[in-house]
Design a protein around this ligand. Structure first.
Ligand code: UDX
Ligand code: UDX
Length: 465
């Protein structure tokens, strides 16, 4: 097995940044360079003020502080970093296609292809190329073909090494990974490449947590893991609707079924719907792949997980409208939280975006408070939907930096993200600031019904009658 001293990672995003910071901190003899075509992102990673890193993750800034400038580097010199590295991680984004064949479902692989072509052009020595981005099955084959046909005659080994970190717990997930998956060819050079990547992870993980598979199993496992997790959330969310019609309580149902060790307690919290960059995209990918292999029943089965998630977001918005006497026009509704979950500043596919869009359609006036998300990001999210003009979005929706200001004279508050700080607020005082009757919609089930009733709120909690 060959040991290496230089790693390069293309893509300084939510995955590339934290993953490389952890590798650098655990492997002091390896120099890790993270490159990105986005100059401002790289500048943000190189900021003196560690509170302004482009990615917020608990524990990240401490690791960056320790390693940056020592064996962790951020740069826009993509070609130089590729040339110098023995192992190259590809961690660029693979958004859902917005055009052409597979529009709305298939992954757009143009950035992956650009990376592969660039590596082929620049590389003058043998490289191990590691796919870190989540990809449809058989992408490695395409990457290999591009590298072999356009390269300078050097040898490329392609590995699939899907990421299982969840945002908000990325550092812990990396340091204490349940498992690491390494897919690659079973040829002698393929086996050696797998062993080399395994050696990197063995710096801090026990060997029995590092699973070696063929490339296709590895690529597919990532999609399936996310599909199974999302399916649990959609399953419990479907039951939340039923609980609201009966006298059942979704938390009690979750607890009861989660105690069955075959089912287990995790990913059974009912919510306003799952978000994030992966769940929806990966399921759509799975659906698209199943369809393209002529398996419509398989495609429909998984698509239902997304249909249920869309229903849950729509149901939450419609309930707000119906409860506020069937009109929210001109009414001030405060949003607590915009991020897709707590402890992250990421808002991709956040339920808040879709709930806001539905309420804005009804001419509601929304005021958003989120402890980590900036106004710029919030407006970008809304503008991206193209439902109304950017001016209209800015006229109807305001962003504030204080939860009390958001609550002032509001008809209703909707909780969209489960930030811990929301639980500690003085809800009695918040109630005093609002118009009466003061409505409170808990889309994350973080507040106590009895307590909120006692303060005088008209309180609704997902999954309870
Ligand atoms: C990405 C993928 O979206 C996801 O499928 C995969 O699981 C992990 O990698 P993430 O890190 O969250 O996730 O994406 P993002 O934060 O958008 O970062 C990607 C970075 O790649 C961006 O900073 C972008 O500027 C950069 N990039 C993109 C390049 O450097 N070169 C390119 O050609 C394209
Ligand atoms: C997910 C996977 O967990 C991770 O392994 C993979 O690498 C990337 O995708 P992430 O999207 O960062 O990670 O967050 P995750 O914690 O999985 O949450 C996804 C969404 O589901 C969030 O919106 C969250 O609020 C929601 N969720 C999660 C629920 O609504 N209920 C639950 O019980 C759990």
């Amino acid at each position: 097995m060959k040991k290496i001293h230089k790693i390069c990672c293309i893509g300084a995003g939510y995955v590339g940044g934290p993953t490389m910071a952890v590798i650098a901190s655990q492997c002091p003899e390896i120099d890790v360079t993270v490159v990105d075509i986005n100059q401002s992102r790289i500048d943000a990673w190189n900021q003196q003020d560690l509170d302004k890193l482009p990615v917020y993750e608990p524990g990240l800034k401490e690791i960056v502080e320790k390693t940056r400038g020592t064996n962790l580097f951020f740069s826009t010199e993509v070609d130089a970093a590729i040339d110098a590295a023995e192992m190259i991680f590809i961690s660029v984004n693979t958004p859902t296609k917005t055009y052409g064949k597979g529009k709305g479902q298939a992954a757009d692989l143009k950035y992956i292809e650009l990376c592969a072509r660039n590596i082929a052009k620049v590389a003058k020595t043998d490289k191990i190329v590691v796919e870190k981005s989540t990809l449809p099955v058989r992408t490695a084959e395409a990457v290999k073909s591009i590298l072999d046909n356009t390269g300078n005659g050097v040898n490329f080994e392609i590995l699939s090494n899907p990421e299982f970190l969840a945002e908000g717990t990325a550092i812990d997930d990396l340091l204490k990974a349940d498992r690491v998956l390494i897919g690659g060819d079973d040829t002698p050079s393929g086996l050696e490449a797998k062993a080399t990547l395994s050696w990197v992870y063995e710096h801090w993980l026990e060997k029995d947590r590092i699973l070696q598979t063929n490339v296709w199993s590895s690529e597919l496992s990532k999609l399936v893991a996310n599909a199974f997790l999302a399916q649990r959330v959609s399953s419990i969310n479907s039951i939340s609707a039923l609980c609201e019609k009966t006298d059942a309580n979704v938390a009690e149902v979750s607890r009861a079924i989660g105690k069955d060790s075959r089912i287990g307690p995790k990913f059974l919290s009912s919510s306003v719907g799952f978000g994030g960059s992966c769940f929806q995209k990966d399921i759509l990918n799975l659906v698209y792949i199943a369809k393209s292999f002529g398996l419509p029943e398989v495609a429909d089965y998984w698509e239902q997980v997304i249909i249920m998630n869309d229903y849950q977001k729509r149901r939450f918005a419609e309930n707000i409208i119906a409860t506020l006497y069937n009109t929210v026009s001109g009414k001030k509704i405060a949003f607590y939280g915009w991020a897709f979950k707590k402890d992250t500043n990421d808002t991709r596919e956040s339920a808040a975006i879709y709930v806001a869009d539905a309420l804005l359609d009804e001419q509601a006036e929304i005021v958003v408070y989120d402890p980590k998300v900036s106004a710029e990001v919030i407006y970008n999210d809304l503008d991206y939907l193209n439902t109304r003009s950017p001016e209209e979005n800015r006229r109807l929706l305001k962003v504030v930096s204080n939860p009390m200001e958001a609550a002032k004279d509001a008809h209703a508050i909707a909780i969209l993200t489960e930030w811990e700080e929301f639980k500690t607020y003085d809800w009695k005082k918040i109630h005093e600031h609002m118009l009466k009757p003061a409505f409170l919609f808990d889309g994350r089930r973080i507040l106590d019904k009895q307590e909120m009733d006692a303060f005088g709120f008209k309180f609704y909690k997902i999954g309870e009658a």
